[in-house]
Ligand binder design. Structure first.
Ligand SMILES: Nc1ncnc2c1ncn2[C@@H]1O[C@H](COP(=O)(O)OP(=O)(O)OP(=O)(O)O)[C@@H](O)[C@H]1O
Ligand SMILES: [Mg+2]
Length: 229
């Protein structure tokens, strides 16, 4: 079977800290994977390695059968990897539509995309006047406007209410019909209804990988998480 993404033995240290430590996993096309883990587990670092914002000290990243380990973030974006950030990075002084126009190098139908993300009717609003959840939606829409094969989302649920998370869960599920999604989240409970597979990181290492139910019932995961949830 061929995989869209293969991370093989990835490692990245910051000084003495092994932020990502010998991480290996594969993703199939149209898979929706959630990487979860407590603060400092290495989730964002892993995403940065895949997006090309950081270079690993060891390991390889294979995307669409090609070794992209040495490629820049820009080249990876050209090949179909798009990402969002933990803190939103939309342009505050422009309206939502202008933000989408800037991002739209992939020839996306902006109006349709806005509708999928629940932003239709808000496109003429200045970003600084959008609610926090709409800014998050806009940032995801901007990444999707690149028409990626692999969409990387860094904690899209952070700071959102339960209702907002439920709504965004539906929207991410919609996106995942069209592309492969690798999403980071802090809490396991928020991704059980969403993820096809969950990978649990702790101290830079994968401690569990599997279907949501299996991960939820894994004794090692429960041990790491009981103090957090
Ligand atoms: N640029 C950096 N310089 C030094 N240390 C860093 C840097 N980035 C991350 N780290 C360290 O690497 C480890 C992993 O950090 P990372 O941000 O990847 O974790 P995370 O799982 O995304 O955490 P959070 O849930 O808080 O977002 C942490 O110990 C962090 O302090
Ligand atoms: Mg992080």
């Amino acid at each position: 079977m061929s995989f869209l993404l293969e991370c093989i033995g990835l490692s990245k240290h910051f000084g003495d800290i092994p932020a990502v430590d010998d991480v290996t996993f594969k993703m199939q096309e149209k898979e929706l994977k959630c990487v979860i883990g407590p603060n400092g587990a290495g989730k964002t670092t892993l995403l940065n390695l895949i997006a090309g914002l950081l270079k690993p000290e060891a390991g390889r990243i294979i995307f669409k059968g090609r070794d992209i380990t040495g490629l820049s973030a820009y080249r990876r974006a050209q090949l179909g990897i798009a990402r969002t950030f933990q803190l939103t990075t939309v342009f505050q002084k422009m309206n939502a539509y202008e933000n989408l126009l800037i991002a739209n190098s992939g020839g996306a139908n902006i109006l349709e995309l806005a509708k999928t993300m629940g932003l239709d009717g808000k496109l003429d609003r200045k970003v600084s006047h959008l609610s926090y959840v709409d800014k998050k939606r806009l940032e995801i829409a901007m990444a999707v406007a690149l028409n990626p094969t692999l969409l990387l989302l860094d904690e899209p649920f952070s700071g959102l209410s339960e209702d907002e998370i439920r709504e965004l869960t539906v929207q991410i599920k919609d996106l995942a019909e069209k592309m492969t999604v690798l999403m980071i989240e802090h809490k396991i409970s928020k991704v059980c209804d969403l993820a096809h597979r969950i990978t649990v990181l702790n101290d830079g290492k994968i401690i569990c990988d599997g279907k949501p139910d299996d991960v939820l019932n894994d004794p090692t995961v429960r041990k790491v998480y009981w103090k957090y949830e």
